[in-house]
Write a protein that binds this ligand. Structure first.
Ligand SMILES: *[C@@H]1O[C@H](CO)[C@@H](O)[C@H](O)[C@H]1NC(C)=O
Length: 214
């Protein structure tokens, strides 16, 4: 009996940790789950009582205009469940992205979602690189959609006249975004390792670090 527990307890603990850490978008057990703003108190239900849910919980108006533009001319509005409660537990979310002429969305990955990029306005050079380092890229225009498989490096650039606007839809409510250059040069990885990995001199590396440190 004792021996049995000795084996079972670690297995159970490991399983518990896995379920917490490796959480994925679940199959919903209810029609919807609008997060209860008071759910930090342990006696409250995590979902709002549906009698307190309104149509507004299922409507997001924050994507009507562009988000704040960065210095490089790129702007995003990410509609995740904290901004758009109706998305919670549905396994989907979206982002509106706007590009000034020539602006880019630098190479990045979404570790937890595939993405559909729909061009609302303008012409965008869009593409991704697969795990064999083969690139798939082309210029897409208004009304065209590109699908980016989950977890692959991808990018866009406005190659048309004027501002370009795209909507990116994800099959996760929390796709995550990891920008390649910032993850590598802006995260504090030991200098010696980066110099060896990329064949950079320490001067070149300092320049990259300054550029991508957050
Ligand atoms: C939801 O609210 C209604 C009306 O106030 C109440 O009758 C019902 O018991 C509540 N349901 C839950 C699960 O608390």
């Amino acid at each position: 009996m004792k021996m049995c527990l000795k084996i079972l307890i670690p297995i159970f603990a490991f399983h518990l940790i896995l379920t917490i850490v490796v959480a994925s978008d679940p199959d919903p057990l209810q029609d919807f789950c609008i997060p209860n703003p008071k759910s930090t108190k342990k006696d409250d239900l995590p979902c709002k009582n549906s009698t307190a849910v309104t149509a507004d919980d299922f409507v997001f108006s924050g994507g009507k205009s562009a988000g704040p533009f960065s210095e490089s001319g790129f702007a995003t509005v990410a509609a995740n469940p904290s901004l758009f409660p109706g998305l919670n537990t549905l396994g989907m979310s979206f982002v509106r992205a706007d590009f000034k002429e020539g602006a880019i969305n630098p190479p990045h990955v979404h570790p937890r979602a595939a993405e559909m990029v729909y061009v609302v306005q303008g012409r965008v050079y869009a593409g991704f690189v697969d795990s064999a380092n083969r690139m798939y890229a082309k210029v897409i225009g208004e009304g065209e959609v590109m699908v980016i498989p989950r977890g692959l490096v991808h990018f866009q650039m406005n190659v048309g006249k004027g501002t370009a606007t795209v909507f990116g839809c994800f099959n996760s409510q929390n796709p995550g975004t990891q920008r390649m250059a910032s993850a590598i040069f802006g995260s504090g990885i030991k200098e010696e390792l980066l110099e060896k990995a990329f064949g950079l001199s320490s001067k070149e590396l300092r320049r990259m670090r300054r550029r991508f440190e957050s």
